[in-house]
Design a protein around this ligand. Structure first.
Ligand code: F6P
Length: 355
């Protein structure tokens, strides 16, 4: 059996732990050959296919390393592949043939919702045997309680709040921390509780600025002359999200932290400062929970391949690895439920959502 593995979409901490676990389980457990495909599906476009034979030796020492030794991309959708002149064309058939060219019997794809949906489409087109592993700092895949990378991102955001806390208190400032999460507020909510935020703004709970400012004033009246505000990147202000267009013409979230800070300064007179955490949340060493989940997912995904149970994605529920059909995983976007126990916890602590 020749097994391929690729990492696709935005990177996160824990991808190397997945690659290591897949390799160890495949080689030691089943005697499979494992090929690591370079840069998501881009490796399958090249001839010869760009891939490296992985072995227990070659994955030594990568468990704790951030990033992905296979590299990745969140650009270059095979069905609308961008050309140098800005036009797009369908290159899916070349990628599908790359799988055959390398003689793969199965592929493990590590990705978020977008990548898994693309891989599923390619698998259908090419008759690939595919198993998925969920990774995304956004934690927005509905079939799993945790995706690889989420806990590490939350840890970075929490550490940032710990640091902001002392400088906010020293200067009597309102510190606004803008965190990632794309269309979901999981990072903001979880780190906000863990880091002792006073206000958490997430896209799932509509805020009003007068309520945000009232919370800051209330703290002042009680003698606490500083506040910590966590804002998820896709929060709306005046009904619109803050985005910018990057050099490749792609729209990206960014700027809501600054907008919220200005409004707070305007209505409270407080001195405000903004920190945009950005890709710091994706890099660095994975925290232990991400290493454990990544390892459990890697082992379970290879076991699914060995059992010839394809077209499935592993997930994490109640401290166990489960698996569900790819279709189900791709269809289930998970936003923060306003009735979520963590939202109740935050409210119980007196954290304001501005609603
Ligand atoms: O999906 C992961 C994520 O980090 C989001 O939280 C963020 O909006 C986006 O990717 C950033 O993408 P890029 O790496 O292309 O800037």
């Amino acid at each position: 059996m020749r097994l391929g593995i690729l990492t696709s979409g935005g990177d996160c901490a824990g991808l190397n732990a997945v690659i290591r676990a897949v390799t160890l389980r495949a080689v030691h457990g089943y005697g499979f050959e494992v090929y690591g495909l370079h840069e998501a599906t881009h490796g399958l476009l090249q001839r010869p296919v760009a891939a490296t034979l992985l072995s227990p030796d070659s994955v030594k020492g990568i468990l704790h390393q951030g990033g992905t030794i296979l590299r990745t991309t969140n650009r270059g959708n095979p069905f609308a592949y961008p050309g140098p002149d800005g036009s797009t064309r369908d290159r899916s058939q070349e990628i599908v043939e790359g799988y055959r060219e390398l003689g793969l019997d199965a592929l493990i794809g590590v990705g978020g919702d977008g990548s898994l949906a693309i891989l599923r489409r390619l698998a259908r087109q090419g008759g690939w045997n595919l198993v998925g592993i969920p990774k995304t700092i956004d934690n927005d895949l509905g079939h799993t309680e945790q995706s690889v990378g989420f806990s590490s991102a939350v840890t970075v955001a929490t550490e940032a709040l710990d640091r902001l806390h002392v400088t906010a208190a020293s200067h009597n400032r309102v510190m606004v921390l803008e965190v990632m999460g794309r269309d979901a507020g999981h990072i903001a909510l979880t780190a906000g509780i863990a880091g002792g935020a006073d206000v958490i703004l997430i896209p799932e709970i509509q805020h009003a600025m007068d309520k945000v400012c009232a919370k800051i004033e209330e703290r002042r009246r009680s003698g606490r002359n500083f506040s910590l505000v966590v804002v998820a990147e896709s929060v709306r202000s005046d009904g619109v999200t803050r985005t910018y267009t990057d050099a490749h013409g792609q729209s990206r979230y960014g700027g809501i932290g600054q907008a919220i800070a200005q409004e707070i300064a305007g209505c409270t007179g407080a001195e405000t400062r903004v920190t945009v955490l950005g890709h710091v949340q994706r890099g660095g060493s994975p925290v232990p929970l991400d290493r454990v989940i990544a390892s459990a997912f890697g082992v379970a995904a290879v076991d699914l391949v060995a059992q010839k149970r394809f077209d499935r994605v592993v997930g994490w529920r109640a401290r166990q690895v489960i698996d569900v059909p790819l279709d189900e995983a791709c269809a289930a976007f998970k936003a923060v439920d306003p009735g979520d126990p963590l939202v109740r916890t935050a409210r119980g602590l007196g954290i304001a959502f501005g609603d």
